[in-house]
Design a protein around this ligand. Structure first.
Ligand code: GAP
Length: 497
C-alpha cells in the first residue's frame, strides 16, 4: 500500500473509532451485526446534524424572501417516477459472477482494478473492459463474469394488500416532493417567481456497494432547494445584485481544464457562458462552504460534469466537491443543477394536471435550478477536514456553527461547593447554548475529551470563583484561558463565538 493510501486508511480508522466510542454514529442494528449502507446517529452526531440543518435553513432559505420549507411523505406513487424519468434512468451498472452469483457495481470494480474513470462508458463498453483485462470475480476469483446490465436503484414498495398492485417507491431524492407541491405553493405564496421550495429529509437508494461509511448509504439525508424561475430571466439579474457578486471569485474545475482556477462571477458568465442566475447560485453554494462551514479554499472546488456524467435531468451540472484525505480524493458533497422544465413538464404530462402558470404576461412551465446537498456526506467531510492530531491531544476544530456542543462546564474538583456553583453556571448558559456538564476526572483529561469531540469552549469553576465570582474560559484551538465575571459570561461568550 502506498504511503498516502496507508495514511488515509489510518485517519479513517481513527475518526471512525471516535465516532463509535463518543456517540457520533454507528451501524444500525449493530447488535445484530449491522447492515451495510444503514447507519444511525448517536447524540453527538444528531446534535451536529441538527446544527448543520439549522445553518442550511438560515443561510439558503433566508437568502430570498420568497423561499420556503415544506415537508412530505417519503413514499411516492410509481407515476411520480415514471414522470420524473427515475424508473427508466436511475440506474447503476451491475455485473454478476456466473459462478458464485455475487453481484457488484461494474464501474467501481473497473475503477479500483484499472485505476481509470469509467463514468462515461456504456454497459457494453464496461463488459468489454472486463473481458479484455481478464478481470476475475472479487469474491470467488472466477473468470466467468456476466454482461454488465443497468440496475434500478429505487426501493419498490407495494402499498395495496397482497394481490392488489399499487406500486410506490421510497423517494431517491427529496426534490420530487417539491415539484409535486409546486402548484399549491405557487398559489399559496402570492404567485411570485423566483419561488424556492426547500425540503430537508430522507432519500433512499439501493446502493449496490454501500461503503465508505456515511458517504454512500442506502438511507440518507438531503437538504435540497428547488428554485422555480422564468427561463427568459436566466441571464438577467438585478443590476445591484450582480454588482455585489460580479468580482467574487469562484473556485472552478471546468470540464476542459486539468487544474482548478479562480474565476470571477463576471468571467464565469462571459467566458464560461454560464447564465447569471446560475452563477449567482454557484456563488451562494460556494459561500456556504467557505464562509459558513469554514472549509479551506484549497479543499473546495466546483467541478463541471460532462454531458455523459450529468444526471439525466440536468442541462447544466456542477458538483460541489471537497478534498477528503480519508477517501484519498475530492468527493462530491452537493451539486448545483439546472433541471429546466424536465420535472414539472414530466409531471404535467403524466398527471394531466395543468402546471403552467401565468406570469410576466405569458403562460409557461417554470424552469428549476436546484441546490442539492447530502447532509451525511457533509458531516463526514467536516469530520475529515477538521480532524487534527497534536502531540498530546486529538482535536476536531469544528466551527461553532456545527460543533455538537457549544460549551463544556467543569468544576475544577467535585468538592468545596464548586459543583454547585458550576451547575448554577450551567443553568444560566443552557437557555442560550448547547452545554455539557462534567465533574469527574482530572481537569486536563476533561479538556482532552472535549477537544476530541470538537467543543470550542470549556468553562472552569475553581477556588477563585468562590471568592470573586469569576470563571475561566478555555478556547479549544489555542488552549488559551481568560478569566471573566459570571455576570458578563454570556455576553463575553457571544462576543468571541
Ligand atoms: N436532487 C438531486 C440529487 O439527488 P445527487 O447528486 O444524486 O442529486 C445529491 O444527490 C447529494 O446527495 C450528493 O451530492 C451527496 O452528497 C448525497 N448522496 C447521494 N447519494 C448518497 C448516498 N448513497 N449516501 C449518502 N449521500 C448521498
Amino acid at each position: 500500500m502506498r504511503k498516502k493510501e496507508k495514511e488515509a486508511v489510518e485517519k479513517l480508522s481513527k475518526i471512525t473509532t471516535i465516532a463509535l466510542k463518543r456517540g457520533f454514529f454507528w451501524p444500525t442494528a449493530e447488535i445484530y451485526g449491522g447492515k451495510a449502507g444503514l447507519l444511525s446517529y448517536g447524540h453527538l452526531g444528531k446534535a451536529m446534524k441538527n446544527k448543520f440543518e439549522n445553518l442550511w435553513k438560515e443561510y439558503f432559505i433566508k437568502s430570498n424572501e420568497n423561499y420556503y420549507e415544506i415537508g412530505s411523505s417519503v413514499i411516492l406513487p410509481e407515476k411520480v417516477f415514471i414522470a420524473s424519468g427515475h424508473l427508466e434512468h436511475f440506474n447503476d451498472p451491475l455485473v454478476e459472477c456466473k459462478t458464485c452469483h455475487f453481484r457488484f457495481r461494474a464501474d467501481q470494480f473497473l475503477e479500483s482494478r484499472l485505476k481509470i474513470k469509467v463514468e462515461e462508458l456504456t454497459p457494453e463498453e464496461m463488459s468489454d473492459l472486463i473481458r479484455k483485462n481478464k478481470l476475475k470475480c472479487p469474491k470467488c476469483g472466477s473468470w466467468h463474469l456476466g454482461q454488465v446490465k443497468w440496475f434500478n436503484m429505487m426501493f419498490p414498495i407495494q402499498l395495496g394488500a397482497v394481490g392488489i398492485k399499487d406500486m410506490a417507491y421510497l423517494t431517491p431524492e427529496t426534490a420530487q416532493a417539491s415539484y409535486l407541491a409546486f402548484k399549491r405553493e405557487f398559489e399559496a405564496t402570492r404567485k411570485k417567481l423566483p419561488l424556492g421550495i426547500a425540503i430537508i429529509g430522507k432519500a433512499f437508494r439501493n446502493e449496490l456497494s454501500p461503503r465508505q461509511l456515511i458517504t454512500r448509504m442506502k438511507e440518507f439525508h438531503q437538504a435540497e432547494l428547488q428554485i422555480f424561475f422564468d427561463p427568459a430571466e436566466i441571464n438577467r439579474l438585478d443590476k445591484e445584485e450582480w454588482k455585489q457578486i460580479s468580482k467574487y471569485k469562484l473556485i472552478m474545475l471546468p470540464q476542459k481544464e486539468k487544474k482548478v482556477k479562480e474565476i470571477t462571477c463576471e468571467d464565469t458568465n462571459k467566458k464560461l457562458k454560464l447564465p447569471k442566475f446560475y452563477v449567482k447560485n454557484l456563488a451562494l453554494a460556494q459561500k456556504f462552504y467557505i464562509e459558513q462551514l469554514k472549509i479551506p479554499k484549497s479543499k473546495f472546488r466546483l467541478r463541471e460534469l460532462s454531458e455523459k456524467e450529468r444526471a439525466f435531468y440536468n442541462k447544466i451540472h456542477w458538483d460541489v466537491e471537497l478534498e477528503l484525505e480519508t477517501l484519498g480524493e475530492f468527493r462530491e458533497v452537493g451539486g448545483v443543477h439546472y433541471r429546466t422544465d424536465h420535472d414539472l413538464g414530466g409531471h404535467e404530462k403524466y398527471s394531466k394536471e395543468n402546471l403552467k402558470i401565468f406570469y410576466n404576461n405569458k403562460k409557461f412551465i417554470p424552469h428549476v435550478l436546484e441546490i442539492s446537498l447530502g447532509i451525511d456526506r457533509d458531516i463526514w467531510a467536516l469530520m475529515d477536514i477538521f480532524f487534527k492530531e497534536e502531540k498530546e491531544r486529538t482535536v476536531f476544530s469544528f466551527p461553532i456553527t456545527v460543533s455538537p456542543i457549544d460549551i463544556a462546564i467543569f468544576p475544577l474538583v467535585s468538592r468545596e461547593a464548586m459543583p454547585e456553583k458550576a451547575k448554577e453556571v450551567y443553568n444560566i448558559l443552557k437557555k442560550d447554548l448547547l452545554c455539557f456538564y462534567d465533574e469527574t476526572g482530572a481537569i486536563g483529561r476533561r479538556y482532552r475529551r472535549q477537544d476530541e469531540i470538537g467543543t470550542p469552549y470549556c468553562i472552569t469553576i475553581d477556588s477563585q470563583t468562590l471568592k470573586d465570582d469569576t470563571v475561566t474560559i478555555r478556547e479549544r484551538d489555542s488552549m488559551k484561558q481568560k478569566r471573566v465575571k459570571i455576570g458578563t459570561l454570556l455576553v463575553e461568550l457571544k462576543n468571541i463565538m
